[in-house]
Design a protein around this ligand. Sequence first.
Ligand SMILES: NC(=O)c1ccc[n+]([C@@H]2O[C@H](COP(=O)([O-])OP(=O)(O)OC[C@H]3O[C@@H](n4cnc5c(N)ncnc54)[C@H](OP(=O)(O)O)[C@@H]3O)[C@@H](O)[C@H]2O)c1
Length: 263
Amino acid sequence: MDLKLAGKTVLVLASSRGLGKASAAAFAKEDANIMITGRSEESLKEAEKELLSLSCRGRVGYYVCDITKEAEIKALVEHTMKIFGAVDVLVNNAGGPPAGTFEDFDDDDWQRAFDLNLMSFVRAIRAVLPSMKQSGGGRIVNITSSSMKQTLDNLILSNTFRAGLMGLAKSLSQELAPHGILINSLGPGKIATDRVTEIDGRKAEQESKKAEDVRRESEAAIPLGRYGYPEEFAGQVVFYGSFANTYVTGQTLLVDGGLIKAL
Ligand SMILES: NC(=O)c1ccc[n+]([C@@H]2O[C@H](COP(=O)([O-])OP(=O)(O)OC[C@H]3O[C@@H](n4cnc5c(N)ncnc54)[C@H](OP(=O)(O)O)[C@@H]3O)[C@@H](O)[C@H]2O)c1
C-alpha cells in the first residue's frame, strides 16, 4: 500500500527513544522528512544517527525541546518549518506522568502532568495548524495509553489526562475535518520500551521478585501472550498518520494484544 508519505514532513514529539523514536523510524522508512525532539541532545544525536542509518530518501533533523514549555514548542515548529517548509503530520507524544494515587499528589504535580500530557499536545496542534491549513490537509496522531478505555491502578494522573485527550481529539475531528485534517488517538497496552522495563524493574524490587518473573506474569494477562514490539505500535501510528488514511478521524484505537476488555 502506498502510504503517500514520501516527501511529506513529519514532526514527532518526545522521540529520542521508545514509541516516539520507533514511530519516527517507521515514517522515515516511508521516505518522509522527519523532525525528532526530546530534552537530551545526546540521545537525539544517537536517535538521528539510527534514523540516518536506515538510508531512506527523506531528511532527518532534531531539535532540543522541553515540551512542557509553550515557547519551546513554538520554536520547535518554527525550526521545522524553516528546515522542511511545512508540517504535514504531527505525532504527539510525551513521557509518562509519575505513578501514584490521589493523595500522593499536590497542585504542582497536577500542573506538571497537565503541561506534559495535555497542554503539550494542545500547543503543538495550535502551532502546526497554520501549515496544515495552508497545505490543504494534515494528519495528527496522539500517542496516549490504554487508560483511555480502562483506568490503570496507581496511575491517576495518566487516567485523568488521557481521558481529556480523547475529548480534545473528538472535538478537533469535527472542527478540523473541513480543512482535511484527520486526528486519531492510539493507546499502547504494554509495548516493550525502556519505560516498561523500568516499571517492571521497580515492581520486581517492591515485591522482591526477579524482573523476568514480573514480566512473565504481566505477559500472561495479555491474550496474545507477550508485550508488543515498538515497531508493531509504530506501524499503526504510520497508517493513521498517513495520507492513505482518508476516512478515519476522531477515533481511539488500542494497540494492546487484546489486554483491555472494555468495549
Ligand atoms: N510503552 C508502553 O507500553 C506504554 C503504555 C501506556 C502508555 N504509554 C505512554 O506512551 C508514551 C511513550 O512511552 P514510551 O514507553 O515510549 O516512553 P519512554 O521510553 O520513556 O520515552 C519517552 C520519550 O519522551 C521524551 N520526553 C519525556 N519528557 C519530555 C519533555 N518534557 N519534553 C520533551 N521530551 C520528553 C523522552 O526524551 P528525554 O527524556 O530525553 O526528554 C523520550 O524520548 C508515554 O506517555 C507513556 O506513558 C506507553
